[in-house]
Every structure is written in C-alpha cells, then in structure tokens.
Design a protein around this ligand. Structure first.
Ligand code: ADP
Length: 502
C-alpha cells in the first residue's frame, strides 16, 4: 500500500503529463501536470474518451497508437499536436506504453506527454535565424555584384521583404540622373502596387513624409518604414513594408533593416558606378569607331599614291623605300581594321560573307604576306595533300591566321622558327601555329582571348592592343569552330583553331 502511495506521489509531482486509458481509449487516470498542460481537471476527464485531446485532422493517429499497444509495442517520443481545453494547439512529445494485468493481458495504456512548445519555438527561431543569415549574406553579395541600379534596388527590396515577412515591400529612391534631373525610382516586392494603398500607405501619407524627412524608423501595427541615409546624412530613399495582420513587425526587424539600409547606400553607389563605367565604355567604343573611320580615309589615299609610285618605279633605292612604306601602311590598315572590328563585335555588327574556300591556299597566302613584313623568322609549313575546303569568310580567317603568325613572331624574340600545320580530322580541319618563344604563364591562359587582355612581361616590352585574339575568337566562334592555346612559359606556345569541313 505504501508503495502505491509513493508511486502516486511521484506521478503527481512529475512535470510531464501522465495519463492512463483503457484499451478502448477511455481515460482512467490524470495527474496534476496533465491538468496544467491540457486545462482539464481530473474529474472532468475521467471516463471521457482520449479523442477530446486530439485535433480533428489527427484522429487517425489514435488508431495507429492503439494498434501498436494491442501488439504490445511502445510508441516513443512521438512528436505531435494536441488540444488544450480552450482549443489552442499544444506541440507535445508522446511516449505510450501498454499496461498489462497480473496475467500479462494488455488492458490499457499509459501515456506520458511532454510539452515541447519551447523546443519547437527554439527550433523555429533557429531556422528563422539561419534564413535571416542567408538573406543577410545575399545582401552582401548584392552589394558587391555588378548590377544595374534597378536590379540592385529590386534585389534589396526582395531580400528585405522576405526578412520582415511582409506581404508587401517597397523601396523608394531619390535618383539624380546624369543630367542632374531628380526622379523617384521605386521597386516592389510581394504584391502589386494597387495593394499599397490598401495598407494605408499612399504616396502622400505621413509615413512617407516622415521617412523622407529623416524622422527615423516608423513602426505601426501594419507598416514599417525605414529611411536609407547616405554617409553625408541625407535621406536618399526609404524601405516600406506592410502586412495585413497587425503586430507582425518587431524591434528585431527594425535592427536588421537599419543595418541593411546603411549598406543599401553602398550597393546603390556601386550600381551607379557600374552604370557609369558601362556608359563610359560605350562612349569609348563610339570614339574608337569614329577615330578609326577618320584615320582610314587618309590612309587609303596614301596607299593609293604609294601604289601608283610603286608601279612607276622600276628599281633601286626608291622602289625599296616605297615597298617599305607600303608595308607600314598595310600594317596601319590592319590595326585600324582590328579597332573597328572590336567596336563592331561589341555592337553585334561584324558582317560575314561566307563561301567555300580552300584552307591550304589561304594558309599559303598568309605565310607569304607575313614573310614580306617579317624576315626575322622562318615559317615552316606542314600541309596535307590535296585541298581542305571549309565554308568560311576567307578574309576573316585570313585575319585570324595573320594574327596567329604575327603573334608567334612577336612573342618569340631571339628565336627564328615558326611552324604552321594544317591537318584533316574527322569532320574538321585543324590549323596550329607553334612558336618557341616566351610562352604564356598558366594563370593567364584562360584570359588571353578576352578584350584588351595582355600578359605583362618584365623582360620584354612588346607593343600591342590586346584585341587580336579577341577578334580571332569571335571570328572562329561565328564559324562554329573552336579556338584554343597550349603553352608553357619559357618554352613556347601553340595556337589552334578548327573549322568544320564543307
Ligand atoms: P596583342 O598581341 O596586341 O597584345 P593579342 O590579342 O593578339 O594582342 O594577344 C593577347 C595577349 O596574348 C598578348 O598580349 C600576349 O601576352 C599573349 N600572346 C598572344 N600570342 C602569344 C604567343 N604566341 N606567345 C606568347 N604570348 C602570346
């Protein structure tokens, strides 16, 4: 009997709800913790069915539990939801064990329920913090990313709207354009513009007014407004959030947003700088285009006169000088063509005239052209028997070949041999130009086909614009070919291109 009393005392002092029920589910005992947890007094529930504690959509759980109990199995740490007397939901962890009589027959079950509200809340908060952290990291990314102003504002609006859990978020920004004209830019997230008025936040509202007048953060039942302030203290914009449920915005949101708002200014500055760079780049291309055209006209005239002179001069020093001058004029012409091509490529306006052409003939012609300009190197050619016909713009492929050959000579000072090889491969023709020169350090290999990219070399100063390979890549890409390089520093480089056979 004493043992019974001790047991009853233990059960009553437990923090966990301990309930017993018959195998049919009728409650037979109910401790004090159960009373606190579920709100029912003992006399209210004894004899009642356990289902009074189970939310409607979870009633089937009881069948599952009972069938386990009938089989003599325990159900351990089962996380579920139960109902309080007042109807609110309680997250709990359940452990249910069969109760047997003296013969070992299962006659009911004992149920230990632990309130896990705190745990669930902590888990939710951790998840929320993690999500916030991810969002904050993405703010950092947005700031350092090269984006235009609109996209930057949009991203910041999207991120902050998610951070606050707002139904609607907006970013208003006082922009001053190139010409010094002010305008108000805005981006929205979560809902269309029409919804904004519904939240009591029309453009002429006090919330807007106060935010832009530097009154600091304003938080009301359904709205939150945070000014974006420049380092000089000027309000340059505002973040606005709305939710139809009251009290959704907290002090924590305010803190998070203050941090972001102070960085938003940097993001906006970056975006503006990026836009400026883009504009300046376009202007530079335009300038190169105009300058190129202006240079071309007098050069064509000079070339014409030199050719006339060449025709009329038969031999001697004069002829020699004229030929030298002509070679320089051709070099200048190529340079101008390259410069103009870069601007055309950038504007997507480089025209191609595609037709069948013999790659071997083209290679021979290019070798001849380069031989006339540079006598320092021997160009050895290894050509396949017969012709290799490709569908191509011959003048453009010539441009690539000459670029490869001249580079091979330029970047192999002190050497005197270049090898150009043409091979037939299944479905394509492969051309390679090999030199034994300075080679290219590995870390530069992936960039040398980029516009204006040059490898600086402390030992040799070699003049160039860094556009030849960029144009070559563009040309080969447009022919559905492939272009690449293999190189070892100090040993030499081999440049390749492959074109589909006609
Ligand atoms: P440029 O020769 O006018 O600089 P390119 O676009 O033709 O421009 O070449 C880009 C860069 O690639 C060069 O500045 C050079 O550093 C490197 N390069 C090109 N060809 C060779 C080569 N055959 N050997 C070593 N480096 C080369």
């Amino acid at each position: 009997m004493e043992k019974q009393a001790i047991l009853a005392a233990i059960i009553d002092s437990s923090e966990d709800a301990i309930i017993s029920k018959t195998i049919e589910g009728y409650i037979t005992s109910w401790n004090q913790a159960a009373e606190r947890m579920f709100g029912y007094r003992e006399e209210e529930v004894i004899g009642k069915h356990i289902s009074i504690l189970i939310p409607k959509d979870r009633l089937s759980e009881e069948d599952m539990i009972i069938s386990c109990i009938r089989r003599g199995q325990r159900v351990q740490h089962f996380r579920t939801i139960r109902l309080h007397k007042d109807g609110h939901h309680l997250p709990i962890s359940l452990t249910i064990s069969p109760v047997r009589d003296a013969d070992g027959t299962i006659i009911g079950a004992s149920k230990i329920a632990r309130d896990i509200s705190d745990q669930v809340r902590a888990e939710r908060e951790t998840r929320q913090h993690l999500e916030n952290l991810e969002l904050l990291i993405s703010v950092g990314k947005t700031i350092s990313e090269k984006l235009d102003l609109e996209s930057t504002l949009q991203k910041l609006t999207d991120i902050t709207t998610r951070l606050t859990g707002a139904e609607l978020g907006a970013f208003f920004y006082n922009n001053v354009d190139d010409m010094g004209q002010p305008s108000l830019l805005f981006t929205l997230s979560g809902a269309p513009w029409e919804e904004f008025d519904k939240f009591g936040m029309p453009l002429d509202s006090a919330v807007f007014h106060n935010t832009f007048n530097g009154k600091g953060i304003l938080r009301s039942d359904n709205t939150l407004a945070v000014p974006v302030i420049s380092p000089s203290g000027e309000v340059i914009g505002g973040l606005f959030f709305a939710h139809s449920d009251p009290g959704m915005f907290t002090e924590e949101h305010e803190k998070l947003l203050t941090g972001i708002a102070s960085q938003a200014d940097v993001a906006i500055d970056n975006a503006k700088l990026y836009e400026e760079v883009k504009t300046l780049n376009t202007r530079k291309d335009e300038f190169i285009g105009v300058a190129g055209h202006e240079l071309r006209t007098p050069i064509t005239t000079i070339k014409g006169y030199l050719q006339l002179l060449e025709d009329q001069t038969t031999e001697g020093l004069t002829k020699d000088f004229i030929e030298k001058a002509l070679r320089q004029v051709n070099k200048l012409n190529r340079l101008i063509t390259d410069l103009l091509d870069v601007t055309r490529i950038h504007a997507g306006k480089l025209d191609y005239t595609i037709g069948p052409c013999s790659l071997t003939d083209l290679v021979k012609e290019c070798i001849e052209t380069v031989r006339q300009i540079h006598t320092s190197h021997v160009i050895e050619s290894q050509l396949p028997p017969g012709d290799l016909i490709v569908m191509a713009d011959s003048s453009k492929i010539e441009q690539v070949l000459i670029n490869f050959l001249i580079n091979a000579i330029k970047y192999s000072p002190g050497q005197n041999k270049i090898i150009i090889q043409v091979t037939r491969e299944p479905g394509r023709a492969l051309v390679s130009v090999r030199d034994l020169g300075m080679g290219i350090p590995t870390q530069h290999l992936q960039n040398i086909f980029n516009r204006y990219y040059r490898v600086s070399n402390s030992q040799h100063v070699i003049a160039g614009l860094g556009i030849g390979l960029y144009i070559s890549k563009e040309i080969i890409d447009r022919h559905n070919g492939a272009i690449w390089v293999e190189s070892e520093e100090g040993k030499g480089s081999t440049f390749y291109f492959a074109l589909p056979l006609a």
